[in-house]
Design a protein around this ligand. Structure first.
Ligand SMILES: [Zn+2]
Length: 409
């Protein structure tokens, strides 16, 4: 009797009863039934209707009890639905569509998958890896169906590389809610086009700003699909490009010094790249010494340090004047990497200065991108990109879950 009431509770059923609980092998088999006199909801429209007949027996995997796998069996009823004017299968309360897992099991497995690798969840519950994957897919499908995108005003587009840069994923974030909106394989125009085909029309009406890297395929797609939105290049990406330029200068100079003074620039990489306030005392001392010498590194360093001011301007006009001055300085520095960086800024000037119209950056979702990397490392088991993307939605999408989950877990 106890098992029956537990099963009924975890299924959340009222009209259905447990007819029998039997042990078959190491499995608990629960046979369910329904009162003939009950009126049951139509699976299409939800209207209650009289039972007409029964289909053949179906089974579902359910939440294990005391470590024993549980299988539910039940012959679904067909009802006469007055609303539809047809005979319909009842809406089965513990499952959706053709899914062979009970909703309880789906939400239990998927909740654990936010914390553990899928493989471990499979072991923990004694189910096949495919069952876990199916559960997460179902949970994600439910969440995507029920989420609300009406409040999305600012989006950030970022790429993620997997498997040492051989595989790319493009992620689109809601910058305010800090959630993953969309994820797709690759980083081409076609990748992002798929996003806009799905959501473009709805977003067009309300998105005010889009933040992304200076990556032409993204730029073209954003301008084509969201012409009204302000495109802003991500300042963290811009700073990364700048740091790379400084590092290129150091590397070249170190190579030239190899013969005469190989020690001078050894292990100075972070001294030039870090913000001075973050240097250790030892690094600061070394920098103080290096600054006395007439090094190309040092000229690049000063350019970088002065460029940090750019982001602090209150007004766009001032920022623009600063950029012009900085451009002159950088292009006359006789440092090729710095010159190249300056020209890149010039080419994209308009979309860099737009930062002063909409102060957005992907910094807000930087932590999410790190989390996405964790999800990726965690799961060598993601044999396909589509499973990986499912896991990303699951962990980063802040997807809604049905009431049942809160009651159940
Ligand atoms: Zn109906």
């Amino acid at each position: 009797m106890l098992v029956e009431s537990i099963v009924r509770k975890t299924l959340g059923v009222k009209s259905h009863v447990v007819k029998q609980v039997a042990q078959e092998g190491n499995e608990l088999v629960v046979t369910l039934d329904v009162y003939r006199s009950r009126r049951l909801p139509c699976s299409v429209c939800g209207t209650l209707g009289k039972v007409r007949d029964r289909l053949k027996l179906r089974s579902w995997k359910h939440v294990p009890l005391w470590g024993m796998p549980v299988r539910l069996t039940y012959a679904p009823a067909r009802v006469r639905c007055a609303e539809c004017g047809a005979v319909r299968v009842e809406a089965i309360p513990w499952s959706q569509g053709k899914c062979r897992l009970s909703s309880g099991l789906i939400w239990l497995l998927s909740a654990w998958c936010k914390l553990l690798p899928w493989k471990q969840v499979a072991q923990l519950f004694g189910v096949h890896w495919n069952t876990v994957a199916a559960a997460v897919r179902q949970a994600v499908a439910y969440g995507l169906d029920h989420r609300d995108l009406a409040g999305v005003l600012y989006i950030g587009i970022d790429e993620l590389s997997r498997q040492k840069g051989h595989v790319y994923v493009t992620n689109v974030y809601d910058l305010q809610e800090k959630r993953l909106l969309w994820s797709g394989e690759g980083r081409s125009q076609d990748t992002l086009r798929a996003f806009f085909e799905e959501h473009g029309e709805a977003l067009k009406q309300r998105v005010k700003g889009v933040c992304c890297d200076m990556w032409q395929p993204y730029i073209d797609m954003v301008k084509e699909h969201l012409p009204e939105a302000t495109l802003v290049f991500d300042k963290f990406h811009i700073m990364q490009h700048l740091l790379k330029a400084v590092d290129d200068v150091r590397r070249e100079e170190a190579r030239e010094l190899k013969k005469n003074n190989p020690e001078l620039l050894k292990r100075t990489r972070y001294i030039w790249l870090k913000n001075p306030e973050n240097l250790t005392d030892k690094q600061r001392g070394r920098l103080g010494h290096l600054e006395q010498l007439n090094l190309r590194c040092n000229r690049a360093y000063l350019l970088k340090e002065s460029f940090r001011e750019f982001w602090e301007y209150k007004r766009k006009g001032w920022a623009k004047r600063f950029l012009k001055k900085w451009f002159w300085w950088a292009t006359h520095s006789r440092l090729k990497p710095m010159r190249d960086f300056a020209w890149m800024l010039r080419r994209h000037e308009e979309d860099i200065l737009s930062y002063f119209d909409e102060r957005i950056s992907n910094g807000a979702v930087e932590g999410m991108n790190n989390k996405a990397k964790v999800v990726s490392h965690r799961c060598y088991g993601f044999r396909t990109a589509s499973n990986y993307i499912t896991a990303l939605y699951h962990c980063l999408g802040k997807l809604p879950e049905p009431e049942l989950v809160h009651r159940f877990l």
